[in-house]
Design a protein. Structure first.
Length: 89
C-alpha cells in the first residue's frame, strides 16, 4: 500500500496515512455497531430458545395436525386459481 516512487512528497504520504487512519476509525465504529447488533441478536435467540424449551412437543405436533388439512386446502385452492385447468390434484 505504501509503495511510493522516490519523488513523492512527504505531504502526499502524510495525506495517505491520514486517510487510512480515518478509514480505520470508521471501520472500528462499524465493528462496534455490528458487534452490538450481534450481541442483541444472540440475546434474542437465547430468549427464544428458552421459550421453545417450554413447549410440549406432543402438544405442538397435535396442533400442527389440526391445522394441516386447512392449510393444504388453502394451498390447493390457491394453486387451482393460479393454474386453472392445468392443475389436477
Amino acid at each position: 500500500m505504501l509503495d511510493y516512487v522516490e519523488d513523492t512528497t512527504l505531504s502526499a504520504v502524510k495525506m495517505d496515512v491520514s486517510a487510512m487512519e480515518a478509514n480505520l476509525a470508521k471501520l472500528e465504529q462499524q465493528e462496534q455497531k455490528y458487534t452490538a447488533e450481534l450481541d442483541a441478536a444472540l440475546a434474542e435467540y437465547s430468549e427464544l430458545k428458552a421459550q421453545a424449551a417450554d413447549f410440549d412437543s406432543d402438544e405442538l405436533a397435535m396442533a400442527q395436525l389440526e391445522i394441516r388439512s386447512q392449510k393444504e386446502a388453502s394451498a390447493e385452492s390457491k394453486i387451482q386459481a393460479a393454474y386453472g385447468d392445468k392443475y389436477d390434484f
